[in-house]
Write a new protein. Structure first.
Length: 87
């Protein structure tokens, strides 16, 4: 359930757990004065599972550049490995 922030002119800011389908509060639960719902910053989302990682949606050019930098299949890494074997 999301947490919503409200501001009461007398009590100040308070949080209220509500379902998304519930209507916003109009009165403070403590003093019964009119309240105003605040715009919250929200919470960070954490996606788990396949398909949610940043690298899953990279362009082909990015993937090729990353491969070159990591040495995955580049001719430089093969040449250096061959030269080490000769020594």
């Amino acid at each position: 359930m999301p947490t919503y922030e409200y501001e009461c002119p007398q009590c100040g800011v308070f949080e209220q757990f509500q379902r998304m389908t519930e209507k916003p509060l109009t009165r403070c639960p403590s003093c019964r004065r009119t309240v105003r719902r605040l715009i919250g910053s929200g919470a960070g989302l954490l996606f788990k599972g396949n398909g949610f990682y940043l690298t899953d949606y990279r362009s082909e050019s990015y993937k090729q550049a990353a491969k070159r930098e990591s040495g995955g299949g580049s001719s430089e890494s093969k040449n250096s490995a061959e030269s080490k074997e000769r020594k």
